[in-house]
Ligand binder design. Structure first.
Ligand code: BTN
Length: 258
């Protein structure tokens, strides 16, 4: 299989918009399989079967959120692939903060929060094609732009609520593309250190106690920072620093029953 040629890849070209799809993740995956170029963005005003992490649904009324999936073929090692969702979180946090003038934090691994409430979520699928350097990533991003019954029901927030002003989906997309291009340059070969420092600064619940739930396992500890591939570093009650590569962060000493 040919090594992906990234020399001409630009995130956001092409941009393919739909009024309504089941999930932009599926459309992007189909387009990727058909050979759509790296950087292709699939956007929908409405998803009828939008997906979140952990098999959950992700729903937003038509036009109330920016919902995109992006085709990436980064040509990096398998260990590095997962850090793309954190970097995408950084891009989204930068956009959210610029628009609302409110501090935005990143709840590991990939929720963006304003004032402790979720404003955006990220879903990263890896479609490995042969070796890891040929892997195709589908990066899904959902950003709440307007307050809706769904944001209220989940005690989430939106950019317009945080900004106290009207926010336009097109403006959010435009800013997101600019930020994503910058983090993607770092991800695919540039210097990741500045992005990592920013991410660590933006880490929600730093120096606070959390529980990480992963399937049947629950691990309690203090958030201390990030490892070199984006793993969460947790200081356990016995003082040992444990690095966590997957799981769901829950505030407080115990996992919340679902
Ligand atoms: C999460 O918070 O659990 C992740 C949410 C990801 C939602 C986005 S919206 C665009 C893309 N299409 C989907 O079906 N999901 C992602």
């Amino acid at each position: 299989m040919a090594i992906p040629d990234r020399t001409s890849a630009i995130i956001g070209r092409p941009l393919i918009r739909f009024d309504r799809v089941a999930s932009t993740m599926d459309v992007a995956a189909r387009l990727a399989a058909l050979g759509s170029p790296e950087g292709t963005i699939v956007e929908a005003d409405l998803q009828t079967a939008g997906r979140g992490r952990g098999g959950r649904r992700w729903y937003a009324p038509a036009g109330s959120a920016l919902m995109v999936s992006i085709i990436l073929r980064p040509g990096v090692s398998a260990a590095r692939l997962v850090s793309m969702s954190l970097l995408a979180g950084l891009a989204v946090a930068n956009v959210a903060e610029a628009i609302t003038s409110q501090p935005a934090t990143i709840k590991w691994p990939n929720d963006v929060l304003i004032d402790g409430r979720k404003v955006a979520g990220i879903l990263l699928h890896s479609r490995t094609m042969g070796d890891a350097p040929n892997a195709c990533l589908i990066l899904g991003i959902g950003i709440n732009v307007r307050v809706t019954s769904a944001t209220r029901a989940f005690n989430a927030t939106s950019l317009d609520e945080a900004a106290g002003d009207r926010v336009y989906v097109g403006d959010v997309r435009h800013r997101l593309v600019v930020e994503l291009r910058a983090v993607y340059r770092a991800f695919t070969g540039g210097d990741l250190a500045p992005a990592w420092a920013e991410l660590t600064d933006r880490l929600a619940y730093r120096d606070r106690e959390v529980t990480i739930v992963d399937g049947e396992r629950a691990l309690r500890g203090m958030v201390t920072g990030l490892g070199e591939n984006g793993e969460l570093l947790l200081r356990r009650p016995d003082g040992v620093i444990q690095s966590i590569i997957s799981g769901e962060m829950v505030r407080g000493p115990r996992p919340v029953a679902s």
